[in-house]
Design a protein around this ligand. Structure first.
Ligand SMILES: [Zn+2]
Length: 411
């Protein structure tokens, strides 16, 4: 008789669902900001594919690519990490896809990605002013139109991953910014020119109606009739950009709570850390419960100087503290250039009350130092003052805008 090997059923710590086909699993801190270690590698804990890819990855995007943290990450890791828009005030505050170009810690300019924007009166092509001048306007238009045309044809014939659809969730209406649907490429037009027939584009839109309109406009692109773009050819990217940081406060807090919860799951050896023992925070993270004022008051970005004692160069550093069923986790990212705090209730069966964790960027060699002392930090939560949250950054024209969005109602 063949021996039967019984695999223990692994359950997702966020939803309790059965975990199948897990590969590396959930990163304790997002991979996008240099967090290499996963929950599975550190503690053998699992997160199901649905939670990992859909529920939780949205949160990582908001924290790592939109919030204050993304500004620093764009300098330390990859400038394309910061999802930033240039604003064309001459076109009724049109938001233009762009990435920052840093010089030391100062924003030198924004580079406008090559993009086709689908305005109601027809598509427009935009790009970086310097690049267009270098390449010549005709060549720029030619390459861009052919690349988008080819992408649409491949998309239409069922090819996958031609367009990366991204629905923008930010509410722009109250500041009268405009975000018509658009496709853009993170590559330069010279790179696109080398292989026009196989480009993919990010396809960004606000509503499904916008998405339909843009697809229809692409189906009507006429390669033979270059005139359809002539009247738009003079719009160049702004040379002295004003920029904005747009992010959703609710998603960002949930992303921070997730890091805190992951750290507990990774480093608590006696406490069971899952949705049954920490129902409140896991429901918040999964978006099944609304954030209450107390969640917002006790969690968020902090004055960077308040967590500077934790900081180590080229490391993300954390302090986990626990007292009377309340957990508080202090976070210092990128050597202390930006910090945050989260707090939430939950049991503690550990023999320590404070643990300091040092996570070097792009490394699995994390260190953890437990202590029986209770060593809280005095921190001030702050959401909008750049000079307090990211003092190492000089942003002359920066404005911050954020909003709290309702999570879906509990089932
Ligand atoms: Zn799950």
């Amino acid at each position: 008789m063949a021996e039967e090997i019984v695999q223990p059923v692994r359950k997702c710590i966020y939803c309790g669902g059965e975990v199948t086909g897990e590969r590396r699993g959930e990163h304790i801190i997002p991979e996008a900001i240099g967090g290499d270690l996963t929950l599975k590698e550190k503690a053998g804990k699992s997160v199901c594919r649905h939670c990992n890819n859909e529920v939780l990855s949205v949160l990582d995007t908001e924290l790592c690519r939109r919030s204050h943290l993304s500004l620093i990450a764009s300098q330390e890791i990859d400038s394309s990490l910061w999802l930033v828009w240039d604003i064309d005030h001459s076109a009724q505050n049109l938001l233009v896809e762009a990435r920052p170009e840093w010089e030391d810690c100062e924003l030198r300019s924004l580079y406008s990605y090559p993009q086709m924007i689908f305005e109601t009166n027809g598509p427009q092509i935009r790009g970086d002013a310097d690049e267009i001048e270098r390449l010549g306007k005709d060549q720029f238009l030619n390459v861009m139109i052919r690349a988008v045309y080819s992408a649409f044809e491949r998309f239409n014939s069922g090819k996958k991953r031609v367009f990366h659809f991204e629905r923008v969730r930010t509410d722009l209406s109250s500041r009268s910014y405009r975000l018509p649907p658009r496709v853009y490429s993170p590559h330069s037009i010279a790179e696109i020119a080398q292989d026009i027939q196989s480009q993919s584009f990010v396809f960004r839109y606000l509503t499904t109606a916008d998405r339909r309109c843009a697809l229809r406009a692409m189906s009507q692109l006429d390669l033979g009739n270059r005139k359809q773009f002539d009247r738009y050819a003079h719009y160049l990217g702004s040379r002295t950009p004003s920029i904005s940081v747009f992010f959703d406060m609710g998603l960002t807090i949930r992303a921070m709570l997730k890091i805190g919860f992951n750290l507990l799951a990774a480093y608590c050896t006696n406490t069971i850390v899952n949705l049954d023992t920490f129902p409140q925070v896991t429901r918040l993270i999964r978006g099944e419960e609304h954030l209450k004022p107390i969640d917002i008051a006790g969690s968020g970005f902090v004055y960077a100087e308040d967590v500077e004692d934790l900081a180590r160069p080229r490391c993300h550093c954390f302090r986990i503290t626990s007292l009377e069923k309340e957990w508080v986790i202090y976070m210092s990212f990128f050597g202390g250039r930006v910090g945050s705090v989260v707090s939430f209730p939950g049991p503690n069966r550990e023999d320590w009350n404070t643990m300091d964790i040092i996570a070097p960027l792009h490394s699995k060699e994390w260190t953890a130092t437990p202590s029986q002392l209770f060593l809280p930090l005095k921190v001030r939560v702050e959401w909008s003052k750049h000079e307090a949250i990211t003092p190492s950054l000089k942003l002359q024209y920066a404005q911050t805008r954020m909003l709290v969005k309702d999570a879906p109602a509990p089932r």
